[in-house]
Design a protein around this ligand. Structure first.
Ligand code: SAJ
Length: 406
């Protein structure tokens, strides 16, 4: 990879948080010639990375991290150090009542404050409620005696990468950068322009924060539309997949796919940040969340109705991941459904997840055994292994296909 750091006004970059965003970003920057220090609160993660390994599954990330640690350009640590840039890439989950939990952003800002020097750039990448740079990060830096923008530049550049395609999208996607002033925006643009191939658009930090929440809310609302159609079609005994295929032949209609619910740590979370800021106004956004969150219950009702047709059925659950062809089970509707079906005690449950070797919670079965032994097969994730199955194996089975691939 070309060394862009030579021509850059930045040399050392400290990345707070080595998760799904921080680690890929750290390894890309290190392979571009920057000296990168990745900081994480978990000692086991720091050790794995310093040994040249990875703790998350993402195509080609292992190769990139190994190259970066071998060259000495990427190091991991529990503590930050003096740097030119500090990037905050920590989780922003919600807590009770769907309220944003900003403790990781606050903690990592406090952690970098003792290492700040005049002229440093602080970039927030974590998806955050609109107002985070101005109302959370700025006061912490100012309390330490710094003048934000004059002395410490501050901007938000939300990550937009799709799990499973992170390395490609981190470089190729367009980026939105919002500084606390045009000067801060421009400084952050200098950094991103050194490794991003997509276009870079500048705005203010609050608009940039809101832009990211808007993107994920747009997708959530559109998935909710598809899921609502599925609920309607199930009641009216219409094949929703055929319906959507036909409607999508209209030049201006592009309906997404219904499913067992919306999982992951982004789309099922971020819209709540808008609802929290404007509960009166965010009506469609809130309803979409509710429709998507209620979808697993609809699937459970269908499973219970199917089970009633047998004395003691064997029920095969195909897939646990939150979406196709990844191993990520976090906030997965399939996991929720599996837990509930087991509790319902309506038969023997066989759980199958080809991307996970073993699970503490579930006794996992192979694809062939699950299909052979099950009376009812519930397809929960559209993994490629399930798409490519010999359909004659499914002939004698009762099928509940929540992804429309069978
Ligand atoms: N899903 C459906 N039907 C669809 C599409 C998705 O049920 O037609 C479900 C998936 O099965 C999954 C959930 O929605 O459970 C979310 O999957 P996803 O592929 O839509 O999105 P994520 O969560 O993997 O990544 C999203 C992306 N945002 C947008 O596409 C607007 C990504 O670009 C963001 O960077 C990421 O959120 C993030 O980190 O915020």
């Amino acid at each position: 990879m070309n060394n862009v750091a030579n021509n850059s006004s930045f040399s050392k970059i400290c990345i707070m948080g080595l998760g799904y965003i921080g680690l890929p970003t750290a390894s890309i920057l290190a392979n571009r010639g920057y000296d990168v220090l990745g900081v994480d609160v978990k000692p086991e993660i720091v050790k794995i990375i310093n040994d040249g390994g990875v703790h998350i599954v993402e195509p080609d990330l292992d190769i990139l991290v190994r190259a970066a640690t071998n060259s000495g350009k990427l190091k991991a640590s529990l503590k930050p150090e003096k740097s030119d840039v500090f990037m905050i890439c920590v989780p922003t989950p919600f807590k009770e009542g769907h309220k944003p939990d900003m403790k990781y952003v606050e903690e990592s800002t406090h952690a970098i404050v003792p290492f700040l020097e005049k002229g440093n750039l602080v970039v927030l990448e974590s998806t955050s409620p609109a107002g985070t740079c101005e109302k959370i990060i700025r006061p912490i830096i100012e309390k330490a005696g710094w003048k934000v923008d004059d002395e410490i530049l501050l901007a938000h550049c939300p990550e937009r990468v799709l799990p499973g395609h992170i390395l490609k999208e981190c470089i190729e996607n367009d980026r939105v950068i919002g500084g606390v002033s045009p000067r801060s925006s421009q400084k952050a643009k200098e950094l991103y322009a050194s490794f991003v191939k997509g276009e870079i658009f500048l705005t203010d930090c609050t608009t940039a924060e809101m832009a990211k929440l808007t993107e994920n809310s747009f997708r959530d609302v559109n998935i909710a539309f598809a899921n609502e159609l599925a609920n309607i079609c199930e009641k009216m005994e219409i094949n929703v997949w055929e319906l959507i295929k036909l409607a999508n032949r209209h030049p201006r209609v592009k309906i997404l796919n219904p499913g067992p619910g919306v999982g992951g740590h982004c789309i099922a979370v971020d819209p709540w940040f808008i609802v929290d800021s404007c509960p009166e106004e965010a009506k469609i956004i809130r309803t979409a969340r509710e429709v998507n969150d209620a979808r697993p219950v609809k699937i459970l009702e269908r499973i219970a109705a199917a089970a009633e047709k047998f004395k003691k059925p064997v029920i095969g659950l195909m897939g646990l991941a939150f979406k196709a062809d990844i191993d990520d089970l976090r906030e997965s509707p399939a996991v929720h459904i599996a837990r509930e079906v087991i509790k319902m005690n309506i038969g023997e449950i066989l759980v199958c997840e080809p991307y996970v070797k073993s699970s503490k919670e579930f006794n996992l079965h192979s694809i062939s055994e699950t299909i052979r032994r099950s009376d009812i097969l519930v397809l929960l994730v559209d993994h490629v292994q399930f798409k490519q199955l010999d359909k004659t194996l499914l002939k004698e089975k009762m099928i509940i296909d929540t992804r429309g691939i069978w």
